[in-house]
Design a protein around this ligand. Structure first.
Ligand code: 13P
Ligand code: SF4
Length: 304
């Protein structure tokens, strides 16, 4: 913390001068998560928080699609990305043309776009979902066939939860969660009997099948808080365990560290530079913002 403290102090001072707030995803490093974020949460919580921001500036402690979502939901604010290269393997796996291709393949089926998509893709979809509400959104579609994109694993996990629908998917995956295998988890259990295995639904279904609980990053945090297992393996990005370890001293967090290289681009140094220079503001063209907002709003209405 000694190396981080000067940045934390400078950022928190500059936030007041710039009338800025920092919205931080649960995958931020502990120094960002605990040191400078005003609101932390999963994608859904950050989107809801972005709508309520009264300050003039939002600094997105997260990846580019999250900044676009904040801008779309609160267009009067300046939304800054500390590093524009912080993308997402899911968001970059599909464009609006991909959405059109799926509509051609499955005529009349509604398109549910994961929030891990560009504003262009959200605008081309009918409704959005996050990992916290995906099953609920799919269940609420007035059609037997539902297109989910771009995460094939989230779609396959939802298909198991909503057997009354025929869920079809795009071939995208998260580069973090696709790395886990059921064999890893079984081996882990054999060495650490009694460990609670908690997985994110971006993991492949055979990994989810080995887990004791599956949920969004906020769902995972809530589960740990309620269950307080003696030992827990979080099958997700590894800053999660570091970020919640202090709040749960009785829980031993075990397991390997798998990082999201995009989330890790958001450092204290870049946040400070971003606030100092007011860079880089995220803009969403009006014609896309309107459609993207409608898809996100439909998600909020359906999951309310
Ligand atoms: P959550 O909505 O569960 O926070 O997930 C976002 C994400 O990018 C997970 O990889
Ligand atoms: Fe995208 Fe996966 Fe990183 Fe989440 S963890 S931002 S889904 S690449």
């Amino acid at each position: 913390w000694a190396v981080h403290a000067p940045y934390v102090v400078a950022i928190n001072r500059l936030k007041r001068e710039r009338d800025a707030v920092i919205l931080g995803h649960n995958y931020m490093t502990p120094q960002v998560f605990h040191g400078v974020c005003d609101v932390v949460g999963d994608s859904l919580q950050l989107a809801m928080a972005a709508r309520e921001v009264a300050a003039s500036v939002i600094v997105q402690g997260g990846v580019h699609f999250m900044a676009e979502t904040s801008k779309v939901l609160n267009p009067g604010k300046t939304v800054l990305m500390p590093d524009m290269a912080a993308g997402c393997s899911l968001a970059s796996s599909i464009t609006a043309e991909g959405v059109a291709e799926m509509r051609r393949r499955y005529p009349g089926a509604p398109v549910v776009a994961y929030v891990n998509t560009s504003a262009e893709v959200k605008a081309a979809a009918d409704v959005c979902c996050t990992s916290a509400n995906a099953a609920q959104i799919v269940r609420g579609m007035d059609s037997e066939t539902v297109i989910m994109l771009p995460d094939k694993y989230l779609a396959q996990n939802v298909a198991r939860q909503v057997p009354e629908k025929q869920v079809v998917w795009w071939d995208g995956a998260c580069i973090v969660h696709e790395q886990f295998t059921p064999a890893d988890l079984r081996e882990f259990r054999s060495f650490h009997p009694g460990t609670r295995i908690i997985a994110h639904p971006e993991c492949p279904p055979d990994v989810v099948a080995e887990a004791d609980f599956t949920g969004s990053t906020a769902g995972i945090i809530a589960y740990v808080g309620q269950e307080k297992p003696a030992s827990a393996l979080l099958v997700t990005e590894c800053s999660m365990a570091s970020n919640i370890a202090d709040a749960h001293p009785s829980v031993e967090f075990v397991g390997p560290c798998t990082m999201c290289p995009y989330m890790k681009m958001i450092t204290l140094e870049k946040i400070l530079w971003s606030l100092h220079t007011m860079t880089t503001p995220v803009e969403v063209p009006a014609h896309l913002a309107e459609g993207a907002r409608a898809s996100v709003q439909r998600m909020i209405d359906l999951s309310g």
